[in-house]
Write a protein that binds this ligand. Sequence first.
Ligand SMILES: Cc1cc2nc3c(=O)[nH]c(=O)nc-3n(C[C@H](O)[C@H](O)[C@H](O)COP(=O)(O)OP(=O)(O)OC[C@H]3O[C@@H](n4cnc5c(N)ncnc54)[C@H](O)[C@@H]3O)c2cc1C
Length: 500
Amino acid sequence: MSVATASSSVQTEVAGHFDVLIVGAGISGIDAAYYLQKDCPEKSFAVLESQGSFGGTWEFHKYPGIRSDSDLYTFGYKWKPWVDAPIASAPEILRYLDEALDEQDLKKHIQYKRKVKNASWDSKAQQWTVSVENLDSGELQTFSCGFLWMCQGYYKFDGGYVPDWPGKEKFKGDLIHPMEWKEDYDYADKEVIVIGSGATAATIVPAMAPTAKHVTVLQRSPTYFSPGRNKNELADTLRDLDIPEEWTHEIVRQQILKEGGAIADLAFAQPEMLKEQLIGVVREHLGDDYDVETHFTPSYEPWRQRLAFVPDGDLFKGITSGAASMCTDHIESFNENGILLKSGKQLDADIIISATGFNLCVLGGIDFSVDGKPVDFSKTTTYRGCMFSDVPNMAWVFGYFRASWTLRADLISELMCRMFNHMKGKDSAVVTPTLRDMDKNMASLPWIDPDNFNPGYLQRGMHAMPKQGDQEPWIFTQDYQLEKKEFPAANLDDGSLIYS
Ligand SMILES: Cc1cc2nc3c(=O)[nH]c(=O)nc-3n(C[C@H](O)[C@H](O)[C@H](O)COP(=O)(O)OP(=O)(O)OC[C@H]3O[C@@H](n4cnc5c(N)ncnc54)[C@H](O)[C@@H]3O)c2cc1C
């Protein structure tokens, strides 16, 4: 349906009503669509996606070597076996998602080049009105829906975080953030500096090193890396035994989750021991003569930031071959030829890559209002890290950082579908998380405990994020081992969800 209605400057189309609108066709949006179709087949739904194709993060980023740092047995869906090496490139992930969409016949539900601009809830009509820009025609479209399922990710897509380094504008080469990378960008025989040593740097450096003249990783302080082979021996054994892929997928998932849980436990119980283990493996790769103390010994405890996996030690191979090197120092200023460091050393470059992270984004930067009142999410309290106090009929998928994001997308999808069916049983159209009397004096805590997990982008954006409380169901633990039990057992009639 598309009835054009008058407007002074832009046309407004009435584009249709759906029971559920999913925003974003990345891993989470596809997951939401799958569960909705399976568990609530009577619900009409559409997926609105601003890019020209599905895949979200994996469609958007084009920098050299882009790959997951989670294994695809757990980063892939519970419901679709992963049949390759655990760490996958963006094209491999997109192929997997393409297959998933075809197998489940979900493509017909996705509308591309549709950017959601604002959403307003009307309690009388019991629905959201969603204003959407058609990026092909420039027209504004209006959708309405009973429930908004926000799967738009957690960072801004219109540019990454680039610190305001003094003299940045003087550099005569190219200063590029990985989010802006153009696929055909030529860096052959160029002197490259990569600023930052997180997961993006761990990916981009080994991918560029063989082609560039040299790649220098400039870091203020070291990061933990976890080198390992990009294969899963248990999966290979099960395949040798002709075990069905569905079984292999599930068994390997459980193995990886168990090992991941043990590492997380160790990180909190005996951080020094884990630190020694992680650094010891790096030392094995780089040899006794390498200055591991300066370049690979972080000052923070392991697991407080994401652990960057290095498949087959490729980053370290780049360093030992001489194609890449580490520099641990602080930037004094940029100049024409490169970067002057606080130590007084000058690093010259043709290209500087700012692998300095993201800008956190609360619900896609979309303007939300409830009955005409703008919603300030920093004033809301989260229900289980996926809904918000006093915001009716809306969920947000925010995954795990230490475990695979998708594990949480699956848990939220199952919870939402259970909630929809619960509401059907009660003949109610609206669910609003609401603080009970007993919750009103509880502590108001940051979205994620900074002592527990503290990467820069979270610290920079935390003030704008919703709050969590200190009692159920207002806690957001980021702990898969806890939530995998709590979500399926969640009592939907504990008084914190008001139905009408
Ligand atoms: C380079 C990189 C590597 C990562 N690697 C891992 C990893 O190995 N393991 C892991 O667990 N996590 C990883 N992450 C985190 C990662 O973002 C998530 O795991 C996962 O891909 C998120 O999926 P998503 O669907 O929730 O969000 P996204 O992938 O961010 O997709 C959101 C989609 O919503 C669309 N959208 C946003 N706003 C609007 C709007 N207003 N209107 C319409 N559409 C909109 C976007 O265009 C996008 O397609 C990585 C992140 C990055 C950036």
